[in-house]
Every structure is written in C-alpha cells, then in structure tokens.
Design a protein around this ligand. Structure first.
Ligand SMILES: [Ca+2]
Ligand SMILES: [Ca+2]
Ligand SMILES: [Ca+2]
Length: 241
C-alpha cells in the first residue's frame, strides 16, 4: 500500500507539468461565509486564514471560517492566505483525498497583465493544526512544492501529497492544504490586483490509484480566486473576474 502510494505520488508529480486546459468557474459571493450543501468541490484562495484550523486529533473535521476573496493591505505590508477546499464528497476508508496540485499566478501572468506587486514569501504553519492531509495520521509530504521561496514572480506551483493514512470523509470534508505569506511592494500603486489559480491543472486525487480528478468548470468543481486591494477598499460584492 505504501509503495503503491509513493508510485502514484510520483505519477501525480509528473502530471503537474502536463498542461491541460482548465476553465475557471466563478462562484459569485459576498464576503460572508458561503453555506454549501453537498455539491461541487470548492477550491478557493481564502485571503484571510482566520478561523481555518484543524483539531489534529485524528477524529474531528477541520474548521473553515469565512472564505474571503479579497484582502485589503497597505504597500509594503504582508498578509497570509490559505488555499482551501470545501465540500469534499464522501469517500470510503482507504479512498480519501491524498494529493493536490495547484498553480498561483498574479501580475504579468493574469489577463490582462497587471503590475506585479506581490511576492510570495513563505509557507507557514504546515502542521496537523492547519493541514487537512495531516489529520488521520499526521503524515504528509511535499511533491513539487516547495518551489524556492521567496517567489517574486509568477507562477508559484504547489503540490502536496499524503504519505500516510488517508483522510476519508466524513468527517474530513474541508480544510486548508496550503498556507502562505505574501508581501505587497512598497511602491505598489493603489488598486485591486488579481491573485488567482492558473489555468493549468488543479488536480486532486482520491484513492490509492486515483482517479486523478481535475478541477474544471462544470458540476464537479469550483475555483474561487483572490484579490489584493492595495490602499483601496475590497469590492463589496465580488464578481467573477
Ligand atoms: Ca477566511
Ligand atoms: Ca493523512
Ligand atoms: Ca513580485
């Protein structure tokens, strides 16, 4: 089982670099927490990790606070953000979530291009109290992640895998799988800047041998991107961008 998982993790690492078109489907929402019945899996950039935590007791689900699409920050200041998932579908024991790939872009890599005012500076608080893949057994591994930090230019590619016991759900239906810190340039002009998942595969995998699910537009998965408001108010209603 362990060997099989390692082999699959390597396969997923390779899959990260395989470009497949993914269209983003936006979830229109305000700043309030989003109540979701069982439905599409949500992959989101939560621009304020407050309230996102896990008990790390191997029994109980993680907790997500409001999924904040925007953070307001001053030039030269730092902020933390989470890559979270929500509404994981039920999986049988042994078939739980065990690997995730993602790619973040900003500045010159968004469309239309914007000034690059963001540096990703650190991965923070990777622990059973944060990371959803560390709940069942506390075992977790970086795949293509880490990319060297600080990362001053896009993209940032992350890939996390579970080398230990899977987190079947219920109870594990949501949580943080990557937490980072970023800094806004001291010379950043006021504005609302995009911080988003790239159109390369955002892949999540369940089970020891797959299937390798991709988060694509459609009924199965929703991507929710982020905004960084520099010396500006966050939009009161965040619309697809
Ligand atoms: Ca939040
Ligand atoms: Ca685990
Ligand atoms: Ca930068």
């Amino acid at each position: 089982m362990k060997t099989t998982r390692k082999a699959v993790l390597l396969a997923i690492g390779s899959a990260t670099v395989t470009a497949l078109a993914v269209a983003a489907l936006w979830l229109s929402s305000g700043q309030a927490d989003i109540a979701r019945a069982q439905g599409p899996i949500l992959f989101a950039l939560d621009m304020d990790p407050t309230g996102n935590s896990c008990p790390g007791d191997g029994v109980n689900d993680c907790t997500l606070g409001a999924v904040d699409q925007c953070v307001q920050v001053s030039p030269g200041a730092s902020f933390s953000f989470d890559v979270i998932l929500d509404d994981l579908p039920p999986h049988a024991p042994g078939q739980g979530l065990f690997a995730i790939d993602f790619e973040l872009v900003w500045g010159g890599s968004v469309s239309p291009p914007e000034a690059d005012v963001i540096d990703i500076t650190a991965r923070t608080n990777i622990s059973p109290l944060v990371h959803v893949l560390q709940q069942a057994a506390g075992s977790w591994a970086l795949l293509n992640d880490p990319q060297a930090l600080p990362r001053q230019v896009p993209p940032y590619v992350g890939a996390s895998g579970d080398m230990g016991t899977d987190e079947p759900n219920p109870p594990w239906t949501h949580g943080t799988f990557w937490r980072g810190a970023a800094t806004v340039s001291a010379a950043a002009a006021p504005g609302v800047y995009k911080f988003r998942f790239d159109s390369n595969p955002l892949t999540y995998t369940v089970g020891a041998i797959g299937p390798y699910n991709e988060c694509t537009a459609g009924p199965g998965c929703i991507l929710q991107h982020g905004l960084v408001a520099v010396d500006k108010a966050c939009p009161s209603v965040v619309l697809p961008i």
